[in-house]
Ligand binder design. Structure first.
Ligand code: SME
Length: 303
């Protein structure tokens, strides 16, 4: 299949490009300035915030591996879609968020993902959607900036670069292995190794309760009832639960006093919760919507 392209503005293009590059199915990226009113602008001109351009990444991707719908969902995961002309600490119209399409046939998918995000956040988005009118590549200095300068400034959290690679490596590692215990065992080992969390493991749905499955970390409780603790609640409600402070979660089950925050992601099989992926951190407030988004994809592979 032929490659497709789209231009995405997600705040400072250094971090945005580094993020898109880490996603499986992205074949090529280039940073530049989109949709302003000055031809061939320099970075310094755009920096004055008077030229109307947005810092933008030209993304070339393989739709057979990465459908547009998924690429856009990944894009929305890395921006604050309610923030107008500001991403992280970067402010100005050049840091506005936008989806600039060259193929009008992409519009229905863009509209669909856009309205899904709007429904989820419950407010109109500050992300503009319009045809790509103009794109001018930035100097070589800005291309692949964070690959060339790993300690350089970045408005995105590091985990946004780690999760896409973890997902791609997980797919390759698990392949077509048919045994869920083998899949969950290596999945917990790889997540622990890459992300360094305190405890990573699975609880498997049996008749009336969850039973401890493959895990990495200190010993843990072996049975959890339906609706009990964070795990039993995620099973009952069939949704991801992010717990910034375990002491503030009513009914939290403390397997270790060192666990301070937690995320539990349901694992579905044939439309039902078959297990939960439970991850504990020894620090408060480790997990947020970014972890939920990527761990849901990872959990989807693990059974
Ligand atoms: N904290 C979990 C129990 C499992 S341990 O975190 C490994 C809960 O409340 O369900």
């Amino acid at each position: 299949m032929t490659m497709k392209e789209i231009h995405l503005a997600g705040g400072c293009f250094w971090g945005a490009e580094h993020y898109f590059k880490s996603i499986e199915g992205v074949r090529k990226t280039e940073v530049g300035f989109a949709n302003g009113h000055l031809d061939s602008p320099t970075y310094e001109q755009v920096y004055t915030d008077t030229t109307g351009h947005a810092e933008t990444v030209h993304v070339v991707y393989d739709p057979a591996i990465l459908p547009l719908e998924e690429l856009l969902a990944d894009f929305f995961c890395a921006i604050d879609p309610l923030s107008l002309n500001k991403q992280g600490e970067d402010e100005g119209t050049r840091y506005r968020t936008g989806i600039y399409y060259s193929d009008p046939e992409d519009l229905p998918v863009i509209r669909m993902v856009y309205s899904q995000v709007e429904d989820r956040v419950g407010a109109p988005l500050a992300v503009e959607v319009c045809p790509l009118d103009y794109f001018f590549p930035a100097d070589e200095y800005h291309q692949d900036y964070l690959a060339k300068n790993p300690d350089g400034y970045c408005h995105l959290p590091l985990k946004l670069f780690r999760y896409p690679r973890l997902l791609a490596d997980m797919k390759a590692l698990l392949g077509d292995e048919g045994d869920p215990v083998a899949r969950m065992s290596n999945a917990s080992a790889l997540i622990k190794e890459r992300m360094g969390f305190f405890w990573v493991g699975y609880y498997i749905v049996r008749e009336k309760d969850l039973v401890l499955g493959p895990f990495q970390g200190p010993v843990a409780c072996m049975h959890i009832g339906y609706g009990k603790g964070v795990c039993g609640t995620a099973w009952k409600e069939a949704r991801t639960i992010v717990v910034p402070d375990v002491e503030a979660f009513p009914g939290h089950i403390a397997c270790s006093s060192q666990s301070r925050s937690e995320i539990v992601v349901p694992v579905f099989s044939e439309g039902k919760v078959a297990a939960v992926l439970d991850i504990d951190s020894a620090e408060l407030e480790t997990f947020d919507h970014v972890d939920a988004f990527w761990l849901e994809k990872i959990a989807g592979l693990s059974f």
